[in-house]
Ligand binder design. Structure first.
Ligand SMILES: NC(=O)c1ccc[n+]([C@@H]2O[C@H](COP(=O)([O-])OP(=O)(O)OC[C@H]3O[C@@H](n4cnc5c(N)ncnc54)[C@H](O)[C@@H]3O)[C@@H](O)[C@H]2O)c1
Length: 249
């Protein structure tokens, strides 16, 4: 599981999960590039920030080239970005929103995955080695339980399920396409992460967990990122690691 001498790029590395992935990879010895549209307030020693819009194909290609030039190699790239469309009604009910806006939002998630493969696969092919990790969600695997959201202003939108199910599907697609070049492509599907949720939601959510331990902390997901970035997972590709306290079982 050691990431000593590894170079890991975390796209969306300034976010809730991304920043924990950066911390965990550095703790295991990696040099980490934080690629985000927003500069993180705190940048850990061992991390380098590169501003980059992952929805822009040319920007992601420029990012990959710069990292390769500066670090001489790239071992893994993680997609922890959480893009959102300009018009989409966040957490809206399906009946209320514009379908165009919803699909704009879903396509942004997939666009980032496509851009990452376009930009990093040629470098990984040349190296004959590289790991690509996408973030899906338990809602890419299991149906939303709408009763949990009754009476609340929050909702899991249809476009999120579309995006996250798509991420798992393209994980398999790109694993199949790129395996012959020594490139591994895997996904991680976390359950809900601790946030500012009403207690009634947290209690109802908890009842569906086999472990009964409530929402996840980012550190519960970062071990999988370290594993998938390391040689410990060298024979693993096309898989989706579900970390959800037992919600989807
Ligand atoms: N938070 C959860 O409960 C949860 C649960 C399951 C899965 N996920 C998934 O994990 C991933 C990360 O979620 P999070 O909660 O850490 O999100 P977040 O909003 O905390 O962080 C996302 C980061 O992505 C960056 N970003 C947004 N658009 C970008 C772009 N175009 N280019 C580059 N960077 C961009 C933001 O600046 C931010 O730093 C998402 O794919 C999300 O669907 C989150």
């Amino acid at each position: 599981m050691s990431l000593s001498n590894k170079v890991v790029v975390v796209v969306g590395g300034g976010g809730l999960l991304g920043s924990e992935f950066v911390r965990a990879c550095i703790a295991e010895g990696a040099r980490v590039v934080v690629a985000d549209i927003n500069e993180p307030a705190v940048l850990l020693e061992g991390a380098t920030f590169i501003r980059s819009d992952a929805t822009n194909e040319e920007a992601v290609k420029a990012l990959a080239s710069k990292v390769k030039k500066d670090f001489k190699k790239i071992d893994a790239v993680i997609n922890a970005a959480y893009p959102s469309g300009t018009k989409v009604k966040q957490n809206g009910k399906f009946e209320d929103g514009s379908i165009d806006d919803m699909l704009e939002n879903a396509s942004m998630h997939l666009r980032i995955c496509f851009n990452m493969v376009r930009a990093f696969a040629p470098i990984f092919t040349e190296q004959k080695n590289g790991s690509i990790v996408f973030l899906s969600s338990m809602y890419g695997v299991a149906a939303v339980r709408f009763e949990l959201y009754e009476g609340l202003s929050m909702m899991q939108p249809a476009e999120y399920t579309a995006a996250k199910g798509g991420v798992i599907a393209v994980t398999r697609y790109f694993a199949s396409l790129l395996g012959k070049h020594g490139i591994r492509v895997n996904a991680i599907s976390p359950g809900g992460i601790v946030g500012e949720y009403p207690q009634s939601f947290v209690d109802a959510y908890n009842k569906h967990l086999l472990l009964g331990k409530g929402l996840l902390l980012p550190k519960h997901v970062s071990g999988a990122v370290v594993f998938l970035s390391s040689d410990a997972s060298e024979m693993m590709t096309g898989q989706n690691l579900i970390i959800d306290g037992g919600w989807t079982v």
